[in-house]
Write a protein that binds this ligand. Structure first.
Ligand code: CA
Ligand code: CA
Ligand code: CA
Ligand code: CA
Length: 325
């Protein structure tokens, strides 16, 4: 018996630490997935190890936030934010595209959003597991899947927390316009309303956008149409002046998140399909293309002007095939 115990101790000493840590480390999915009506993580309050994921965005500012993506769960519960809670420069060496894993990070549902808090008192650590990982394309969701909150007597509250599964994920909505600005606790939210169904709207904010000018990105004006708006979804709960807030906001991160004109979309319906190809084919081999029409815009490589619709334009068309809706 004694001998067996000793042998186990030896095995654990030799193999255990690495094996045990790996086995007990949680995935992003395991931290985020919840059936709680309010969307609260079952790991809230726990100090955990996390296998982490690919950094798809790193915020500027002192309390750096990493938006992490779990490629094993591209459709739901596959994103989370890690935060340098005290702004000690912990993530200085981390870059977008790195796969980062963590030990001793505190799971905290803070203001509605689940964070991996990097707090010195828990002796946290992280490892850059690999670099230059491919970044995901934003997951297309319908506007009603991240529906705007509803105004009550003293509150702006979402009807339910079905959007929770997209929290921390890079998502996009398509075919929307800016209905209004100046909403939310910090008055920095704008309403994106569906061009297809005016009953459907969601909220967005540019506070994490590196290219914003003041509160908003320069593109944000009432009435502005977008073929697509992408960003990271964040839940936000707060109280201010006796008004209670609980909403999900699409956080844009840069100019590239806004698609005003879908390239190769010749009929301006925000997609690239056979209708657009028919237009393209109608201009095939046409030359003398110039401003403002550029041969019905079929001269897609007009930035390297050759004024002719040729194989280079076909190649560019193919790159955008079926983009949009
Ligand atoms: Ca949440
Ligand atoms: Ca969550
Ligand atoms: Ca089209
Ligand atoms: Ca051309």
């Amino acid at each position: 018996m004694k001998g067996t115990k000793l042998m186990i101790m030896i095995i654990v000493t030799i193999l255990g630490p690495v094996g045990l840590v790996q086995a007990s480390a949680l995935s992003i999915y395991e931290i985020q997935y919840t059936t709680d009506a309010n969307g609260t993580s079952g790991q809230h309050g726990n100090v955990v190890d996390c296998r982490g994921g690919i950094v798809v965005y790193k915020s500027s500012g002192s309390r750096t936030k990493l938006t992490l993506y779990d490629p094993n769960h591209p459709d739901a519960w596959g994103g989370i934010m890690a935060k340098d809670r005290y702004g000690v420069g912990a993530f200085a060496e981390v870059n977008v595209g790195d796969w980062v894993s963590f030990t001793n990070v505190e799971v905290e549902d803070f203001g509605g959003t689940t964070f991996l808090q990097y707090k010195s008192e828990n002796d946290p650590n992280f490892t850059i597991v690999s670099t230059n990982n491919p970044l995901p394309k934003p997951l297309a969701v319908t506007v009603d899947e991240i529906a705007a909150p509803v105004e009550g007597f003293d509150a702006w509250l979402v009807a339910d927390h079905h959007a929770e599964k997209y929290e921390g994920m890079l998502i996009k909505v398509i075919d929307v316009y800016v209905k209004d600005t100046g909403y939310g606790k910090a008055y920095d939210n704008y309403i994106l309303e569906s061009n297809v169904d005016p009953n459907l709207a969601c909220w967005a904010s540019d506070y994490m956008n590196d290219d914003r000018d003041g509160i908003y990105h320069p593109y944000i004006e009432i009435g502005q149409n977008f073929c697509g708006v992408a960003g990271v979804l964040e839940q936000y709960t707060a109280e201010k002046y006796g008004i209670y807030y609980d909403y999900y906001q699409l956080l844009t991160t840069g100019t590239e998140n806004f698609t005003i004109h879908q390239t190769a979309d010749f009929d301006d319906d925000c997609d690239v399909d056979f209708v657009d190809f028919s237009t393209f084919a109608g201009h095939w081999r046409q030359d003398g293309c110039n401003e403002p029409d550029w041969c019905g815009r079929a001269d897609l490589t007009k930035d390297q002007p050759n004024g002719i619709v040729d194989t280079f334009d076909l190649l560019k068309f193919a790159q955008h095939w079926l983009e949009g809706k």
